[in-house]
Every structure is written in structure tokens, then in C-alpha cells.
Design a protein around this ligand. Structure first.
Ligand SMILES: CC(C)(COP(=O)(O)OP(=O)(O)OC[C@H]1O[C@@H](n2cnc3c(N)ncnc32)[C@H](O)[C@@H]1OP(=O)(O)O)[C@@H](O)C(=O)NCCC(=O)NCCS
Length: 409
């Protein structure tokens, strides 16, 4: 029999060191370098993060980050969850459930962020806690033929070097692009450093991180972070160019970067996770050969349905009554009247008859504007009680362009 209690004691953390032993075990026993830990510690917020202990020993961790995320309507505070780990000998006894519940209830009780978000190692974990899949990425593998794009590379200069020498250009372009898509995160110095973090023990046999910067009249107008992995097939070089980030201020800069990536010496293909509506998908003459594959990205949870729905923007006017199911956060279990318009949304409790029945998880899916309410209704996940309500709300909730987050936190 285990010598510890099945009920964990929860507290805030003192430092990143509280997380390390359990996280290393839960993620497979890998030991990380001092540089890795220094980076993780630089963004760690101990007083917001939860540690679980049983029998006086740490058995679980859940980091909480104060993020600023672009939502439909503009940048808003969002609580990011990361390093949700449970020591292997304590797994499947409710430790994670207790920690996630604590985080959500604390956010509500303290009136902090109305929305939480996370990336997940395994896609099936967080739906039970009301997190809905809110953004997706499409992975493409583009063969190295510059002629496969519908536009040429133009005359933008493209400079190549290490990310450190292009730090100012990266920061300038990112700052111009961060507001374009829901899901994007504002970066302070610590988060900006993580975006170019290049730990030798994490390269997995690939080369170091490189950076291309496109310039328009001497000013940075786009950049790509990428690395090469060597591969030879029958003595022919077929290196993989793996893109970590690519942002461009204008179509010409984007085309210049893609052409430069597709023209890297020794390369056989360029591989990238891109937004589902990324311009490069329209530029490919042969989308099929790029073998696009969808995957889940951000999972979003509305901590307080009313506050969250009032914080985001909407594409159209609508007036709709939502009947929300949310057993984990019972303060959300009620009917809300949501009125939306160009100025935003007003969301109030109501006793009026419901137009739509849905769970908090579905509202999380809809929050970044990338999920179709029509799709959720056709899947039987949203119930329409007033004819036309699904269509009206679907249009209001959608956002163009689609959400995307290049960072795993
Ligand atoms: C994932 C992890 C945190 C789960 O912790 P845990 O304490 O075992 O989880 P709980 O006991 O609270 O499980 C609650 C429920 O989630 C389910 N669950 C747990 N891990 C799951 C997984 N990986 N996939 C699907 N369901 C999972 C449990 O079966 C349980 O289901 P039930 O409510 O129907 O009984 C833990 O296994 C772990 O540390 N894994 C390795 C690190 C990792 O991947 N962390 C997630 C980072 S996003």
C-alpha cells in the first residue's frame, strides 16, 4: 500500500526548483541543462503556480503564467497553464484534477483572468476540465522547387545569420504582427528570449537555430527562424529545413522568405506548422504534395463565462441566450443573454428562454474565433432551441484570420 494520502495538499510554489524533480520524472526522466532551467525559471511565477504534496513530498505541479493574448477584439490577459505534471507513482489518483480545479477556482475567486489557455502533450486530457480546442495548426512539407509557389521571390533583400544578431529585427516584426491573429502572445524580454532559445541538448541532431530577415528599403519586414537537419539519400543531399516561426508584414516579404527557405543549399524540403489559413497554402501550386496535416494547438477555458464573453470582440450584431453547462465551475451554470455588436459584447444572467444549449468546453472552442459554431451544432455538441440561432451566433463568434500561437508554454 502507498504510504501517502490519496488527497493532495495544495499550495503555491516557492521557486522553479519545486517543479523540477516531478516534472523531470513525469516527462521521461530527462535531465536538463542549467540553461534550460534558467530559461524556465525566468518565466515561472511561483506565487501563481500550484504544487501538490502528499505525505510531505511533492507529487504534482501546475505552472500559471500571466499572459497577454490577442483575442478577437484585441489583446487581453489570459492565464496560461504549463508544466502540469504528476509523479508517476501518484498518477491516476486525482492529483492533476485537484490542481486544475484549484487554479480555475482561484482565478474565479480572485477575479483574475477570465480565460485560461494551454498546450497539451496528449490531446485527450483537458476536455473534462472545460478546455475546448480553440486553434489548430497545419503541418506542411514543401518540396524544394521555387517554381512551386504562384509568385516569385521579388526583390526584397534577405539576410541570414544567428537569431542573436537579428534580435532587434525579430522584435520589431513580431510587435507588428502580434495583433493580427488571435492566440498570439505579447513577449516581454524573458518570453522573447524563449522564442529563440536553442539548447544544444534539445536539437535532436539538427543544426543550430538560424534566422532569415527580409528587408524593405533597409527596414526589417519579415523573419523566419529555422534549422537544418542533415539527410542524404543515395549520396544526394535531402536536408530538412524546419521552420520554427515565420512572420511577414506584407505579401512580398512573405514570398521572399518562402522562396529563400525553399532555396537553402542541400535542402530537400521545408517543414512548418502554419496557421490553417496561412498565405503559403494559397501560394502552393500543388497543395496535395505538401501533405497538409492538422493538429490541435491552443485549448481554451472560459473561467467566467460572462466576463470572458464581454472581453472579446464579435464580427456581427446578435442577441442570443446561452444555456451553459459547467459542473467544474458551477458559477457558470446558468443562462446568459449575450448581445454583440461593433463595440463588443454585453453578457448578463437572464431567465429568458434559451436559444442555444452548450457546455463551457464548446464556448472555449469558440473563443478565439477559429471554430465554427455550425460545425459544433452539426456534431451535436451545441443544441439549437430557436431556429436561426446557430447561424447568427456562428457569424458573430468567427474571426478572420484564424487563430494561431507559435509558442508552446
Ligand atoms: C497527464 C497527467 C498530469 C495526469 O495526472 P493524473 O494525476 O494522473 O490525472 P488525474 O488522476 O487527475 O486524472 C483525471 C482524469 O484524466 C484522465 N487522464 C489522465 N491523463 C490522461 C491522458 N494522458 N490522456 C487521457 N486522459 C487522461 C484520467 O484517466 C482521469 O479520468 P477519469 O476522470 O475519467 O477517471 C500525468 O499523467 C502526467 O504527469 N503525465 C506526463 C506529463 C504530461 O503529459 N503532462 C500534461 C502536460 S499538458
Amino acid at each position: 500500500m502507498p504510504e501517502f494520502s490519496a488527497v493532495p495538499e495544495l499550495s503555491t510554489a516557492d521557486s522553479w526548483e519545486d517543479v523540477v524533480p516531478v516534472a523531470e520524472l513525469a516527462y521521461g526522466g530527462y535531465e536538463h541543462s542549467a540553461e534550460y532551467h534558467a530559461s524556465a525559471a525566468s518565466i515561472f511565477e511561483p506565487k501563481r503556480s500550484v504544487i501538490a504534496r502528499t505525505g510531505g513530498r511533492t507529487c504534482g505541479t501546475c505552472a500559471v503564467y500571466s499572459l497577454e493574448m490577442t483575442l478577437p477584439g484585441g489583446p487581453r490577459p489570459v492565464a496560461g497553464l504549463g508544466y502540469v505534471t504528476v509523479a508517476p507513482e501518484h498518477r491516476r489518483r486525482g492529483v492533476m484534477s485537484a490542481m486544475v480545479r484549484r487554479v480555475l477556482h482561484t482565478l474565479h475567486d480572485s477575479g483574475a483572468e477570465a480565460v485560461a489557455a494551454l498546450n497539451t502533450t496528449e490531446a485527450g486530457i483537458y476536455g473534462r476540465f472545460g478546455f475546448g480546442l480553440a486553434s489548430q495548426a497545419v503541418k506542411v512539407r514543401i518540396a524544394r522547387h521555387a517554381g512551386d509557389l504562384r509568385v516569385d521571390g521579388g526583390d526584397r533583400a534577405v539576410r541570414i545569420g544567428g537569431p542573436e544578431e537579428h534580435a532587434a529585427a525579430i522584435a520589431a516584426v513580431y510587435a507588428q504582427c502580434v495583433g493580427e491573429r488571435p492566440g498570439m502572445l505579447r513577449r516581454d524580454a524573458a518570453w522573447a528570449a524563449r522564442a529563440v532559445l536553442d539548447l544544444p541538448d534539445h536539437r535532436g541532431g539538427s543544426g543550430r537555430l538560424l534566422c532569415m530577415v527580409a528587408e524593405d528599403e533597409g527596414e526589417p519586414s519579415g523573419y523566419a527562424l529555422y534549422r537544418l537537419t542533415s539527410a542524404w539519400v543515395d549520396s544526394v543531399p535531402r536536408y530538412e529545413v524546419s521552420v520554427r516561426e515565420l512572420f511577414a508584414r506584407d505579401p512580398a516579404s512573405g514570398a521572399a522568405l518562402w522562396h529563400a527557405l525553399l532555396d537553402v543549399d542541400l535542402a530537400g524540403s521545408v517543414v512548418a506548422d502554419r496557421p490553417v489559413d496561412d498565405p503559403v497554402l494559397a501560394l502552393l501550386t500543388d497543395l496535395r504534395s505538401a501533405a497538409p496535416v492538422l493538429r490541435d494547438q491552443l485549448h481554451v477555458r472560459l473561467v467566467d463565462v460572462d466576463r470572458a464573453l464581454e472581453q472579446r470582440g464579435y464580427a456581427t450584431e446578435t442577441d442570443i441566450v446561452l444555456d451553459v453547462t459547467d459542473p467544474l465551475c458551477p458559477w457558470n451554470e446558468r443562462r446568459f443573454r449575450l448581445r454583440t455588436g461593433a463595440e463588443g459584447g454585453e453578457c448578463r444572467p437572464t431567465t429568458a428562454p434559451a436559444d442555444l444549449e452548450l457546455t463551457a468546453r464548446e464556448l472555449g472552442s469558440l473563443h478565439l474565433g477559429g471554430t465554427s459554431l455550425v460545425q459544433l451544432a452539426r456534431a451535436g455538441l451545441v443544441r439549437e432551441l430557436r431556429p436561426g440561432a446557430v447561424r447568427a451566433a456562428a457569424t458573430a463568434f468567427r474571426h478572420d484570420p484564424a487563430p494561431f500561437c507559435p509558442v508552446v508554454f
